[in-house]
Ligand binder design. Structure first.
Ligand SMILES: Nc1ncnc2c1ncn2[C@@H]1O[C@H](COP(=O)(O)OP(=O)(O)O)[C@@H](O)[C@H]1O
Ligand SMILES: [Mg+2]
Length: 271
């Protein structure tokens, strides 16, 4: 990789605002409105093959930012780049397929993010059909098995439905689906928050192994600093829509500057 390789993701001064209706006065259907800034002038890069941890309390705007990167949420100002391409100029549904392939997302709740009526085979072969239409049926079938093995499942699992799996296994299926299209970045939105602690460690270890094997980059979102510490090359701390601290894990955990980071660190159970 040369020095001039652009980051896989560049978020430049991005804001997302929501209009909220407040109060109870509603004369002729007109309520009071307030503008709520869920993401406030956020900038950061994710270099190719690296992991950036994004940490902050529930409601601080992490998922809104993740959805904006995926173009599932429009932005009010700023720019988002994937490599050299400015993706923020595309409304979500209009993002060209080759660009959409590059950034995938996995969600906190693998129960909700997998279609309960599809077999694992269909869940994994659908993105292959969409993004690699030249693949033969046979190649696709082989690829589904390879994906299952990559996430620690096996060929027999392909004929089952999501409800037949545990939470951790379901998250493995969601990871396989994200990997199917060979993304450059996966936005992992609290992928382990809903799992038991022992399973959390397994999924984190799996994500690391996959990164070592494929070079995929992660934006790893968590509400708890402990989760991202040994996973991240760089850490962002978010509060009320703003990045209040950024640095390497050594900097952020070793000598935090923001009072907010110190408070979050004080809440982390240390062993
Ligand atoms: N579609 C929406 N309309 C209005 N407010 C929203 C919408 N989506 C999120 N919010 C608000 O934006 C804030 C940030 O939410 P979110 O990004 O989900 O936070 P986090 O993922 O950090 O818990 C919250 O106050 C939430 O209520
Ligand atoms: Mg969230």
């Amino acid at each position: 990789m040369t020095k001039n390789t652009p980051p896989v993701l560049r978020v430049e001064d991005v804001s997302v605002k929501f209009v909220r209706r407040t109060g109870t006065r509603k004369f002729f259907g007109i309520g009071e409105k307030e503008i709520f800034t869920a993401v406030n002038r956020v900038s950061f890069d994710v270099p190719a093959g690296k992991t950036v941890g994004l940490v902050g309390e529930s409601g601080c705007g992490k998922s809104t930012l993740g959805r904006a990167i995926l173009r599932l949420q429009s932005i009010d100002s700023g720019k988002i780049f994937c490599g050299d391409e400015e993706i923020s100029r595309f409304p979500g549904a209009r993002m060209p397929l080759p660009l959409r392939r590059k950034i995938q997302m996995i969600f906190q709740n693998p129960y909700a993010s997998l279609n309960p009526r599809q077999t694992v085979f269909n869940i994994l072969s659908e993105p292959l059909e969409i993004h690699f239409p030249k693949m033969t049926v046979r190649e696709r079938a082989d690829e589904v098995v390879a994906l299952l093995e990559q996430v620690g499942l096996n060929a027999d699992h392909r004929l089952r439905y999501p409800h037949e799996f545990s939470g951790g296994q379901r998250q493995r299926i969601a990871i396989a689906r994200a990997l199917a299209v060979k993304p450059e970045l996966i936005v992992c939105d609290e992928p382990v928050s809903a799992l038991d602690v022992s399973v959390q460690a397994q999924i984190v270890a799996l994500l690391k192994k996959i990164q070592a094997a494929t070079g995929v980059a992660y934006l790893f979102v968590a509400h708890d600093l402990a989760v991202v510490e040994d996973l991240s090359d760089f850490v962002l701390v978010m509060r009320r829509g703003e990045i209040v601290e950024r640095g390497t894990p050594q900097e952020v955990y070793g000598s935090p500057k923001a009072d907010y980071t110190k408070m979050l660190l004080a809440a982390v159970p240390r062993v």
